[in-house]
Design a protein around this ligand. Structure first.
Ligand code: CTP
Length: 412
């Protein structure tokens, strides 16, 4: 049975504080125990009763309440993870300087738990040299910084500084917690081991147009690719995501190139590849596309009882990237197979890694009709990773996030 972990959510005084309620709720629904510490300013934006009801715990603000319990030390020492969302420019400055003039500041200093912060502020404040310098200090201390994204700000303006979506903050936080747990208490596991690495990931399933309204597609949801992007972000990498028709939201702080077809993905990946240290092709790419795309909708009256399609081969993106790889670039492919026999599955994988020329191949069994709970479209996955020699270097099963971390361990 999963044991509840203790997550401290620190909320500071910005308008995005209202979104912190969703973050708290997601952690509670995940089975974790959540303690909210709100600054006085945060409580101007969101009510204490709301936070207490959602977190199912008292909300603390004041350093001088319950002094006999030495509350900041108790909460800080009991935390498995501290998440600050939103983190204002002021709170980031205080964090960088190690200031402890309120309960949140004291709790952070009294804790050895990993820290995840989600900045939120206006673009000018985010770009201010003081904030830039403070964020650099935080990164150098191994603090995970999620976002900010680019988008609509409080007023009618938009730009960089919008707090990352709660879903991504939660996913990144849980990835940090999982890694901490798997590496053992007190380990340096939460230190972002991919800091400075540039990771390019493709995700989703391509669609090949037949006419203006129809396409040939596949059942890939993009969940595994997005989990890889979130996990890489949590581990400090700079991530670019080339996303085809995702069924899951795209994190706003990850540079994302939206594509639809295999040819579009080919172009986007080829353009981005030069600036990547690591390339992961998690997308399900159509091997063939219709030879001609009808300009108008295909009509039954024109076609009759049977319709034959002529398809032409798409470029093999992974094989092309592997053949043209820059020195030192690491390339990881996926193999989606329906083979049920484990030995046969590995044999297919071994033949595929030779054809593709990549460094590692993540073999996963996919399928729909079998009622499978792993693979395409599901929350879980089970994979075997092969190296160039066809040897098994890693096996993982579980949530797509934990599978993502096992894959990233190959490059960490
Ligand atoms: N891939 C690619 N370009 C293609 C087809 C696949 O880059 N045109 C990549 C996928 O992203 C994946 C790997 O190649 O990383 C293997 O994809 P998969 O569908 O398993 O294999 P295919 O090459 O399509 O071979 P087959 O369908 O015959 O198994």
């Amino acid at each position: 049975m999963k044991t509840a972990r203790t997550i401290v959510v620190g909320i500071t005084g910005g308008i995005a504080a209202y979104k912190a309620v969703s973050i708290v709720r997601a952690f509670v629904l995940n089975g974790d125990s959540v303690h909210v510490i709100a600054t006085e300013a945060a409580l101007r934006f969101v009510g204490k009763p709301t936070l207490e009801a959602i977190s199912r715990n008292p909300v603390h603000t004041d350093l001088y309440e319950g002094v006999s319990e030495v509350r900041h030390v108790t909460i800080g020492q009991g935390a498995d993870l501290i998440v600050i969302a939103p983190a204002t420019a002021n709170s980031i400055a205080k964090l960088a300087a190690g200031l402890a003039d309120d309960l949140l500041g004291n709790t952070i200093l009294a804790s050895t738990a990993p820290l995840v912060i989600a900045p939120a502020m206006h673009t000018e404040m985010w770009n201010n040299p003081a904030t830039v310098a403070n964020v650099t200090v935080l990164r150098s201390r191994g603090i995970t910084i999620v976002g900010p994204g680019v988008g609509r700000l409080t007023g009618t303006d938009s730009g960089a500084g919008r707090m990352e979506e709660p879903e991504t903050i939660v996913a990144v936080s849980l990835a940090v917690l999982d890694r901490q747990a798997s590496a053992g208490e007190g380990a340096a596991s939460a230190v972002p081991d991919l800091a400075g690495r540039r990771v390019l990931i493709s995700a989703g399933g391509t669609r090949e147009a037949l006419d203006p309204v129809r396409f040939l597609g596949n059942r890939s949801s993009g969940k595994q690719g997005v989990a890889l992007a979130q996990a890489a972000l949590a581990r400090g990498a700079t991530v670019t995501l080339v996303a085809a028709n995702l069924e899951v939201p795209v994190p706003t702080s990850i540079t994302t190139v939206l594509v639809s077809s295999a040819l579009e993905m080919h172009e986007a990946m080829s353009l981005a590849a030069a600036a990547a240290d690591v390339i992961i092709m998690a997308a399900a790419v159509a091997d063939y596309r219709p030879k001609t795309v009808q300009r108008g909708k295909i009509k039954k009256e024109d076609v009759g009882d049977t319709l034959s399609l002529e398809l032409v081969k798409n470029p093999d993106i992974l094989a092309g990237l592997s053949a043209a790889r820059a020195p030192g670039q690491l390339i990881i492919g996926f193999a989606a197979e329906t083979e049920t026999d484990a030995e046969q599955l590995l044999a297919l994988g071994r033949a595929k890694i030779v054809r593709k020329g990549c460094d590692y191949l993540v073999v996963n069994r996919v399928g729909h009709a079998s009622g499978s709970t792993v693979g395409f479209g599901t929350e879980r996955n089970a994979v075997t990773v092969l190296d160039r020699h066809g040897d098994i270097v890693n096996e993982a099963s579980g949530s797509k996030m934990s599978v993502a971390n096992c894959i990233l361990d190959l490059i960490g």
